[in-house]
Design a protein around this ligand. Structure first.
Ligand code: ZN
Length: 173
């Protein structure tokens, strides 16, 4: 039971004052407990397909084929599904999700942002991730709006994941 001035400790379940920052029963530092929990939670940063047209060159092809190429680019974009979270990146290929590549952010060693002219003209760029995971060395991500900002977030998440896993492995060898 909790009313306005008490809350339940998330660790030991005892009733404590709602203003408490440390549990008087189990001695848990509640503020850092919440921070750790927030870092543990996997959040989705982007889920969906790349846009059909992400490079200026594609518009030229569309124009040259009187629009026919647009259909091709559109189908191509549907074949790729990204699921980018604060912990990992999944790339699904194939309309009926035939192939899935998944790379853990803590294994990513390099985040390279490329801005070929054709993409830059439309405000897009390409992100190449190099992983230390031998089974999956590079991932290419493109056609996502605000990819530059997303790349910064992923860099931060990667560092945090590394730190968190290192800490965890020390506590639980
Ligand atoms: Zn407690």
């Amino acid at each position: 039971m909790s009313n306005d001035d008490t809350k339940v400790c998330p660790v030991c379940g005892e009733s404590i004052k709602s203003s408490a920052i440390k549990c008087r029963f189990c001695n848990t530092d509640l503020e850092s407990f919440q921070t750790d929990r927030a870092a543990d939670a996997e959040k989705v940063l982007f889920a969906g397909h790349p846009v059909a047209i992400y490079s200026f060159g594609q518009w030229i092809v569309v124009a040259l084929t009187l629009g026919l190429a647009y259909l091709y680019y559109w189908l191509e974009s549907l074949r790729i599904t990204y699921k980018i979270t604060t912990q990992r990146i999944k790339v699904e290929r194939g309309l009926l999700s035939t192939e899935t590549d998944s790379v853990e952010l803590f294994t990513v060693e390099h985040f390279d942002l490329h801005k070929p002219l054709g993409m830059r003209l439309l405000g897009f760029c390409q992100l190449r991730l190099s992983s230390s995971d031998a089974s999956y060395r590079t991932v290419n991500i493109y056609g996502i709006p605000n990819l530059e900002t997303l790349a910064d977030t992923l860099r931060e998440c990667s560092l945090r994941e590394r730190t968190r896993r290192r800490v965890t492995s020390i506590i639980q060898p």
